[in-house]
Design a protein around this ligand. Structure first.
Ligand SMILES: Nc1ncnc2c1ncn2[C@@H]1O[C@H](COP(=O)(O)OP(=O)(O)O)[C@@H](O)[C@H]1O
Ligand SMILES: [Mg+2]
Length: 164
């Protein structure tokens, strides 16, 4: 299963604000391909949005990332990944293991992200969606950071990223 034609053994970084569709796309792939800070915060505390568990969630994510990349297993990072230093850390791990690195940029308009966020089970405060939406990088920026392939959610066929 490889809807995006990801290169083999790739690290694929999903980038987008809450409500932009990252987890919906990740759900089209096998569960084991996905690492996700929200999920690990939830495992640690019972609440995916409990930011006090971000450090432990980041440690779990880093361990699983290395475990998978070392084995050449395709891995999707289902977190916002909107901060350049977070993306740099992920690219560094892919480089260390000599794996190709791809990005999916969820370039959805703010009103769409807000509406989709409002329709979710766990609604993120609106101002947070707005602030994070402003951090969306450009394709050129992502290429300059070292992403070999950049997919745009806006250019994906509807069947690839719509909820099932
Ligand atoms: N392409 C799409 N078309 C319509 N609804 C979508 C699409 N992608 C996601 N959604 C809906 O938007 C909401 C947020 O999507 P989600 O994948 O949870 O976003 P994220 O993981 O980026 O926060 C969900 O209810 C999901 O069903
Ligand atoms: Mg999500």
């Amino acid at each position: 299963m490889n809807l995006l034609n990801l290169p083999a053994s790739a690290l694929c970084v999903l980038i987008g604000p809450p409500g932009s569709g990252k987890s919906t796309l990740a759900a089209r792939y096998p569960d084991t391909w996905r690492v996700c800070l929200d999920f690990y915060r939830g495992l640690a505390t019972g609440h995916e949005d409990d930011q006090s568990a971000t450090p432990v969630a980041a440690e779990i994510q880093a361990l699983l990332l290395d475990a998978r990349l070392s084995r050449g297993l395709t891995t999707l990072v289902d977190s916002t990944n909107l901060l350049p230093h977070v993306r740099a850390g992920l690219i560094a791990r892919a480089r260390y293991w000599q794996r190709p690195v791809a990005a999916v940029l969820f370039d959805v308009p703010l009103d769409v992200a807000e509406a989709q966020n409002a329709s979710r089970e766990r609604v993120v405060p609106r101002h947070v969606v707005r602030e994070l939406h402003q951090l969306l990088p450009t394709v050129d920026q992502l290429r300059a950071e070292g992403f070999g392939t950049v997919y745009l959610a806006s250019e994906m066929p509807a069947t690839a990223n719509a909820p099932r």
